[in-house]
Ligand binder design. Structure first.
Ligand code: SAT
Ligand code: MN
Length: 632
């Protein structure tokens, strides 16, 4: 059926379909396009084919519009230029408070917090209010703009793990980033046929006429009315007002985690906020590990780690999201549903992540980093990598001097780069069957009390450890203080359904036929001594922790049970040629007063936030821990 002649589609018959060479579209896709177009009233419609020509055309358009500018320092080496995008300063990060999940029954989405307590495990909106929110914002919002239709696959095209989405957006920047972050194009529609897909509607929006936000045409947005909505029972995402990151690249957190986790629960698998890495030991045995850390704990750094321990090799499968399911033989297999890295730039350098530095100067779109007068990029942490005489323009486009109080790059500035540019990409990263997972790691940034590494005694204990994750973060801008935030499974902003039900789902994995459950560990690279200095060197030396973990799962007798779980026996760590003296005793100590406080915090958190939805198994683990701590 030719879209433009089909009588069922009244609206799209009236406006130009730009690349009408697209002869046939699945009818469900056509209906969705018609639905969105008649709501948003774009000037024309463009169906993305994912080609290089299309990408170049969009980049040109964005350049003319002032949204992106080329970075000539890196020119002519690669397929496409390297670009710098500057957003509206009011649109720089995900907006958690404006992110909602809609279900008939509130408790399907979030646990009911204790009376008078503000829930921290997601935001619920009724289906009626969601419709209302859409109708208050979307009618006519694409007037004078092109509506892009992006067919995309999360996961290798055609893999049994993979899921298809259609993102409809009025932002060419979003199309370009989606092309890097997911697999897009015509072949996706062929694979889709007339199956269902995840519906993803996005508009940068149009502010009300009395809006106080300064608007520039190079980065349209409507920060005052931004809203991100999910309807899991209809596999639908609707996002308005923001062009940035997780608000607009809907395949990422909205689809792969929030909608993904609900699909996963219904289908019996796991959609998690985890990196995936391959590690080969000196004997040549290769194993795969997934790891969940809250933001600012170095997930991307670990995913591409350059080991300091001789004989080890680490290869990257993904740095942010893992979709995992047990196969016929009972092995847990994982794919990375993404196709690119959308990584935080500040802090990345040749010491913290040499492999990222080799990845991100090819076919990349940077957003909100600083620019140098020789046509390159700069951010906090890159001081050693640029010469002293270049001038720096900050992320807002203003002249910036070294030592200035404001940062040159926005703290949430990003590189958006295809995974295939990574020099240590694992050859199995696109295996449609996924890679077999032997170890799951949880972790956090904990300055106090939490040992460098310990192992869960069993799966249930491991689920408790995931549920108990906390991490140091700089809270909102109004506080400058560091606080230890709860972030269970590093999923707090990404649960697609009730966290208590999520815990039950994890616990139910023990019932999967033949399941060979991966071993679960907790790590903390960030413990400090009384003087505030890190006790562990971190980065490449974290390979020593992975070495201990691998030897442990290989059956070496190197652990003892303790208050919190299985701790390394003394002398069981490989510290050969460690550049720095490490106080191992302090690094692994379990101070009683700290753990008493930790238990109190966890009990309060579970009581206040999860209440009756907390599974008894998790309650029991907490009581066991409390009992053990008493005996310290
Ligand atoms: O902006 S994203 O959601 O893609 C990344 C993040 O904030 O974790
Ligand atoms: Mn993330």
């Amino acid at each position: 059926k030719n879209l433009s002649t089909n009588n069922n589609y009244e609206y799209i018959r009236k406006i130009p379909l730009l690349n009408s060479s697209t002869e046939s579209l699945p009818s469900k896709v056509c209906s969705y396009i018609e639905e969105c177009a008649s709501l948003c009233c774009p000037k024309d419609i463009y169906i993305c084919d994912g080609s290089d020509t299309e990408y170049e055309h969009l980049l040109n358009f964005l350049e003319k519009n002032g949204t992106i500018s080329p970075l000539p320092k890196y020119e002519n080496c690669y397929d496409f230029n390297i670009w710098l995008a500057r957003t509206n300063p009011a649109d720089v990060a995900r907006v958690e408070k404006r992110t909602f999940i809609s279900t008939e029954c509130k408790r399907d989405t979030i646990p009911i917090p204790r009376e008078g307590v503000i829930g921290e495990l997601g935001n619920w909106i009724s289906p009626g209010d969601m419709d209302k929110a859409i109708l208050e914002r979307f009618p006519g919002c694409m007037k004078d703009r092109t509506m892009y239709v992006i067919p995309f696959s999360m996961g290798p095209v055609g893999s049994p793990f993979s899921k298809i989405g259609i993102e409809i957006t009025d932002s060419a920047y979003v199309v370009c980033c989606m092309r890097i972050m997911t697999r897009i194009g015509k072949n996706i529609l062929e694979t889709l046929g007339n199956d269902d897909f995840v519906k993803c509607l996005h508009s940068v929006g149009v502010p009300k006429s009395d809006s106080k936000v300064e608007i520039n045409s190079s980065w349209p947005c409507d920060p005052e009315r931004t809203i991100i909505l999910h309807r899991p029972d209809k596999n639908e995402i609707v996002s308005y007002g923001s062009g940035y990151g997780g608000n607009s690249l809907l395949g990422k957190k909205c689809f792969a985690l929030r909608i993904g986790s609900t699909i996963a629960k219904n289908e019996g698998w796991l959609a998690e906020h985890m990196l995936i890495l391959a590690i080969t030991d000196p004997k040549g045995r290769k194993r795969y590990i997934t790891a969940a850390f809250p933001s600012a704990c170095g997930k991307t750094n670990l995913a591409m780690l350059k080991p300091t321990l001789p004989g080890y090799k680490i290869e990257c499968v993904g740095d942010d999201i893992a979709w995992m399911r047990f196969d016929q033989e009972g092995r847990l297999r994982a794919i990375n549903p993404e196709n690119g890295f959308f990584g935080v730039a500040p802090g990345t350098n040749c010491i913290t992540n040499p492999n990222a530095m080799k990845t991100i100067f090819k076919n990349t779109i940077f957003t909100n980093v600083a620019a140098t007068s020789d046509g390159g990029v700069f951010w906090e942490g890159m001081e050693e990598e640029i010469s002293d005489d270049v001038e720096i323009t900050d992320w807002r486009g203003k002249k910036w001097t070294r030592g200035s109080k404001t940062p040159a790059a926005h703290p949430n500035s990003r590189f958006c780069t295809p995974i295939k540019e990574c020099p240590v990409i694992d050859p199995g990263w696109e295996d449609p069957a996924g890679v077999p997972i032997d170890v799951i790691i949880f972790g956090g940034r904990r300055p106090e009390g939490i040992p460098l590494v310990y192992q869960a005694r069993n799966w249930q204990h491991g689920v408790f450890i995931g549920a108990s994750m906390r991490s140091e973060a700089t809270a909102a801008a109004e506080h400058t203080d560091k606080v230890i935030m709860h972030d269970p499974f590093a999923m707090r902003p990404f649960f697609g359904y009730n966290f208590g039900h999520y815990l039950n789902h994890w616990l139910s994995m023990t019932k999967v036929k033949n399941a060979k459950l991966p071993a679960i560990f907790h790590v903390n690279w960030f413990r400090k001594n009384a003087d505030g200095q890190y006790l562990w060197p971190g980065f490449g030396d974290n390979s020593r922790v992975l070495d201990w973990i691998l030897r442990k799962i290989d059956g070496e007798n190197i652990a003892v049970d303790s208050t919190v779980g299985l701790l390394p026996k003394s002398e069981s760590f490989n510290l050969e040629n460690l550049s720095k003296d490490v106080n191992m005793e302090e690094l692994f100590s379990l101070p009683k007063s700290f753990w008493e406080k930790e238990v109190r915090h966890l009990r309060e958190y579970f009581d206040m936030q999860v209440g009756d939805d907390l599974p008894t198994d998790i309650r029991e683990e907490l009581e066991l821990l409390a009992c053990n701590v008493d005996k310290l």
